[in-house]
Design a protein around this ligand. Structure first.
Ligand SMILES: [Zn+2]
Length: 113
């Protein structure tokens, strides 16, 4: 009997991280946008930048929310929160883990068949 762990989408955490980075990016965009507006002709680029700045936190939050997963190491139970990818190394026990669909497997179980 192979050990596995279920994988859940970690939307709440992903959104928080996404919104934070989005807000920082948005702040930069808006500052650059305002500075460009001050140059007169720069307002052509500056105004869209300011508008994008308002939308960015929601957009990056939604995207990041889709790519974060939450699971645990099937070998030792260590909680794993990371971006969605095909394989992980457990930070606690060093086991190589393989993510398939919504289940986390030990790489050695898959290799052994
Ligand atoms: Zn582990």
């Amino acid at each position: 009997m192979n050990k596995t762990s279920p994988i859940e989408p970690a939307k709440a955490m992903g959104r928080t991280v996404g919104c934070l980075s989005g807000t920082i990016g948005a702040g930069c965009m808006q500052i650059i946008g305002v500075l460009l507006c001050l140059t007169g002709i720069g307002a052509i680029v500056g105004i869209p930048l300011i508008i994008m700045g308002f939308a960015a936190p929601a957009v990056t939050g939604a995207i990041t929310g889709e790519i974060m997963i939450k699971s645990s190491c099937p070998a030792c139970g260590q909680a794993i929160e990371d971006i969605k990818k095909p394989g992980y190394d457990c930070p606690a026990c060093g086991e190589r883990l393989i993510a398939k669909e919504k289940t986390m497997y030990l790489a050695r179980d898959i290799i052994d068949g």
